[in-house]
Design a protein around this ligand. Structure first.
Ligand code: BG6
Length: 499
């Protein structure tokens, strides 16, 4: 049940608001016929008034394919300008006026769609203006990355907790809103078929891969500081790891699920830096076009050593996963967009086929959880080819969302809906974000202190690392497990505001 509320987007004219937040709000409210429950207030330093922002919102919605949003924008959308370094007194006054006009009971969301360095001053300013509490509920949504290492995340948690209770805080990671990621819980805990083999006795290795074709666009100011470890690994891929490997929660209560995730993260062994491969894309060709190298992207330093690709191995020291390697890999400017988790099962203990009694590696069943695109999953197994003597071929059983369901909701739409319902299940808790930074601080330090940075051409699958190359999970998956060559000795080249 959605209670009437005011949804404030601080950073209301930024890219995230334009592409994701405004369309998601509209879809949640208008498409479900409850637009009378929500009023939206955009806040930013742009010189706009209510009407100017309504034009901005209309344009954003029309870019998202929504063309009949005029009435919603005119009736439910407002704007307040706040100069940089200004207090939020003006916002507080505007909120009071809107709540009177629309008879709202004081339920408020503050979505901070801002660059990370703006979080501390804005949180303090919200509190100073008395906006951390109200007659109704108050929730604050903080985008990733939450901090830039463990000490800064702890400091940010301390600051936020001085002004807000943890139950008011929604640390957002949009991967958790993806339908296929949410389905991991159902896949594992509603299906005994899979869960009974989800352990070291049956599983040989798990690969988590997020490959992107995108470069960094116009985000150099943010990305060159963050790099792939802070931008993707510490949050998105680690959340996938937690969901795929955690123990069953005792209930589907948000705290029970988050407890299980934290417990898993705390069981991860110190990451072995010998297993870490870092890369940065150089010039290359993608879909027929020549792409600039990372250092030639606008506003990136010529000598930047920021990694855009990382692969590493994670070991989990608990009863279920002891000895099972988890390979996490992600990179920008790859030949195809592909996010997937591949579960590789152990081969049979003795090979009864093809006359090779000992080497059975080719008979490795796998489950491919395809998170995007072409969402679904695929189970691979061996079949005897009919007629022939005993000859085996690998075949798949597939489930594709597109074959069974009309469409999948956008991740932000799902998460915004949860925020206004007060459901924190898909948001990252304070101890969880710290547990995750604890894992990656040594990796970040190594990256900053001369860990080899390999160059890969844009449009390729990244440098070869110590373990499985990225294409084994992103493309055809048979046969390449852990046989990739070491990175060639000539390759290392170590020198080589609104979201
Ligand atoms: C964002 C990162 O959080 O996720 C981007 O900042 C990345 O660099 C994006 O491109 C990937 O999201 P998706 O949903 O396209 O896989």
């Amino acid at each position: 049940m959605i209670e009437p509320h005011l949804f404030v987007i601080y950073g209301g004219t930024g890219d995230l608001s334009r592409r994701k937040l405004l369309p998601s709000m509209y879809q949640n409210m208008v498409d479900s016929g409850i637009s009378d429950r929500s009023v939206l207030l955009g806040v930013s330093s742009r010189d706009l008034d209510d009407n100017g922002y309504r034009d901005f919102a209309r344009k954003a919605l029309s870019e998202a394919g929504i063309d009949n949003a005029g009435p919603w924008c005119d009736e439910r959308v407002y704007f307040q300008r706040v100069g940089r370094h200004e207090g939020l007194g003006g916002v507080a006054d505007k909120i009071a006026a809107i709540e009177t006009t629309h008879r709202l009971p004081g339920n408020r969301v503050f979505y901070l769609a801002l660059p990370p360095n703006a979080f501390p001053p804005v949180i303090t300013a919200l509190s100073k203006a008395g906006l951390n509490q109200s007659a109704g509920w108050t929730r604050v949504v903080i985008e990733k990355p939450f901090g830039h290492d463990l000490p800064s995340a702890q400091a940010l948690n301390n600051l936020v907790h001085r002004h807000f209770d943890e139950s008011q805080i929604y640390r957002i990671d949009h991967y958790l809103g993806k339908e296929t990621v949410r389905n991991l819980l159902a896949f594992r805990f509603a299906n005994m078929l899979f869960e009974s083999s989800w352990n070291r006795d049956r599983i040989d290795a798990i690969e988590i891969t997020v490959a992107e074709t995108l470069g960094i666009g116009s985000r150099a100011a943010y990305y060159d500081q963050a790099g792939v470890i802070r931008d993707m690994l510490q949050n998105h891929l680690t959340q996938l790891l937690a969901l795929v490997a955690m123990e069953a929660p005792h209930s589907f209560d948000p705290e029970a699920i988050r407890d299980s995730k934290v417990q898993l993260l705390n069981a991860v062994r110190h990451i072995d830096l010998d297993e870490l491969t870092l890369g940065q894309y150089g010039t290359g060709r993608l879909n027929g076009d020549t792409m600039p190298g990372y250092r030639d992207e606008p506003e990136v330093r010529d000598d930047s050593t920021t990694p855009t690709y990382a692969s590493l191995r994670i070991d989990i020291d608990n009863w279920r996963w002891q000895g099972v390697p988890f390979y996490l890999r992600t990179g920008k400017r790859m030949p195809a967009k592909s996010s997937r988790i591949v579960i590789r099962f152990r081969p049979p203990p003795i090979c009864l086929f093809h006359g090779k009694r000992d080497k059975c590696v080719e008979h490795q069943n796998s489950i491919k959880l395809i998170l995007q695109p072409n969402e679904g999953f695929e189970v691979s197994f061996d079949v005897k080819t009919p007629g022939d003597a005993l000859r085996l071929v690998e075949k798949q059983l597939r489930f594709m969302y597109a074959d069974e369901f009309d469409s999948l909701p956008d991740a932000y739409q799902t998460l915004l809906f949860d925020i206004i319902q007060g459901d924190q299940t898909l948001f990252v808790r304070a101890d969880e974000v710290e547990a995750s930074w604890r894992l990656y601080d040594p990796v970040i330090e190594a990256a900053a202190n001369g860990h080899p940075l390999l160059t890969y051409a844009a449009g390729t699958w990244g440098p070869s690392g110590r373990h499985t190359p990225i294409q084994s999970a992103a493309g055809p998956i048979r046969g390449e497990v852990r046989t990739s060559p070491q990175a060639p000795a000539t390759d290392p080249q170590p020198d080589g505001e609104d979201r």
